[in-house]
Design a protein around this ligand. Structure first.
Ligand SMILES: *Cc1c(COP(=O)(O)O)cnc(C)c1O
Length: 422
């Protein structure tokens, strides 16, 4: 089976390579645990979005919460992307790379007034508003600044994307978006509020969705609204389709981005909205399979029920297994010809939830390097310092060039802001 991330992640003989760089060399130079990204894989993942949208007004806003490393942002900005942000901190990152705030959409169910003010002053493209109260608050903030805030309502279409409940966001019971049957009234309200200016409409039904059907269902409901709002005499300039498809972690069959987006755009055209600007906010699909987490086996510990391989990466480095019960690929950096055995690959943290993979068939010895695959999205971005573990270094591979894009944290930096008493 191909490695997720192929052809950028591949084997040469028994050795794992990322583009034209041996993964073992990365570990030797930068230590472990180490996040390594393929710049080529990121560019390649963006390509089908660019192709599908090329013929119409559009903006691809990379959802940077998936991986907000400055070099990742820089890579996408250089290809014309804007950004989907969910905090003022993320906007600071856009500004730090010289990104264009006019290509930024500000999502999120709870923005502070300070965040609103900062985003407004920076000149973001659009606020994706998720409640009636937020409309009022944003209007107040904008009026006090003598500005008008461009807004879209994020509509909750009440469709079931059949993904993990934690990343399913378009069901009526979720905290996200405004209810479909309230949306038209809220647009009329937005049109009357003095600090607001209607820009578009948005929808995001969840993440790691591997089927086109719920997207099309949500889109139809969104277009029903677009037409109802038109009839009210209000103009929506853009339609924001939300996040991208899921990715293949294991054996998922995921539609090609080109096919999925092609079907969405065809539906938009069929319903007569082909002239409107299209925004998309992909995160995972742009970076997920571009990254690996390299870790070293510290201890092999045969047990009563499970044999444990304890590695130097842990749930603080990669939370997806602990948080979502997520399956991530684990592969040796150098394959051995020893007979494989079943291992529970776990971290050193004092929690039984600290695991990376269970019952994995691997031929291993202590000291061996392993790579956790599909670790480019919602991985380093969710890392913490639990157990006073400094966060990993990150490198960006571009062919045979390797760029250190984040230094490994020092332990001292972890408590630099703390004070003892007296
Ligand atoms: C997280 C998020 C995205 C990105 O979702 P992916 O599944 O990573 O593509 C897009 N839009 C919003 C509003 C989000 O919260």
């Amino acid at each position: 089976m191909n490695l997720p991330g192929a052809p950028f992640l591949h084997r040469r003989g028994s050795d794992l390579w990322l583009e034209d760089t041996a993964v073992a060399d990365l570990a030797a130079a930068y230590g472990t645990p180490l996040y390594a990204y393929s710049r080529g894989a990121m560019r390649a993942a963006l390509e089908p979005y660019r192709m599908a949208l090329a013929a119409r007004p559009h903006l691809v806003c990379y959802a940077m919460k998936a991986n907000s490393n400055l070099a990742v942002l820089q890579t996408f900005a250089a290809l014309g992307c804007g950004f989907d942000i969910v905090s003022a901190g993320e906007l600071r990152r856009v500004l730090a790379i010289g990104g264009d705030p006019a290509r930024v959409v500000f999502s999120g169910v709870g923005k502070t007034r300070d965040e609103m003010r900062f985003a407004l002053a920076s000149g973001v493209r659009c606020f994706n508003v998720e409640s009636e109260s937020e409309l009022h608050q944003l209007s107040d903030v904008a009026r006090a600044e003598r500005r008008r805030a461009p807004v879209s309502l994020r509509v909750n279409p009440d469709v079931d994307p059949k993904t993990h409940p934690y990343i399913s966001t378009g069901l009526r019971g979720n905290k996200f978006g405004v209810a479909h049957d309230r949306a038209a009234a809220l647009y009329r309200l937005a049109a009357e509020l003095p600090g607001l200016e209607i820009a578009g409409i948005a929808c995001h039904i969840g993440s790691q969705i591997t089927d086109t059907a719920p997207y099309l269902e949500a889109l139809d409901r969104l277009l029903d609204l677009v037409e109802a709002i038109d009839r009210d005499g209000l103009r929506l300039h853009h339609i924001d389709l939300g996040g991208g498809l899921g990715i293949r972690y294991r054996d998922e069959t995921v539609p090609a981005t080109a096919d999925w987006l092609g079907a969405m755009l065809a539906r938009i055209d069929t319903r007569g909205h082909g002239e409107r600007e299209i925004l998309v906010e992909p995160g995972r699909s742009l970076v997920g399979n571009a990254g690996i987490l390299v870790t070293r086996a510290l201890v092999l510990k045969p047990g009563a029920e499970h044999d444990f391989c304890i590695v130097d990466a842990a749930m603080n480095d990669l939370m997806r297994p602990a948080l979502y019960d997520a399956w991530m690929g684990i592969t040796p950096v150098a394959q051995r010809s020893d007979p494989p055995q079943l291992w529970d690959v776990v971290g050193p943290i004092c929690e039984s939830g600290d695991w990376l993979g269970r019952a994995r068939e691997l031929a291993l010895r202590e000291g061996d390097l392993l790579a956790v695959t599909s670790a480019g999205a919602y991985a380093m971005a969710m890392a913490s310092n639990y157990n006073s573990r400094p966060r990993a270094a990150e490198v960006m591979v571009d062919g045979s060039a390797v760029h250190l894009v984040r230094e490994r944290e020092t332990v001292q930096s972890l408590y630099a802001g703390e004070r003892t008493i007296g």
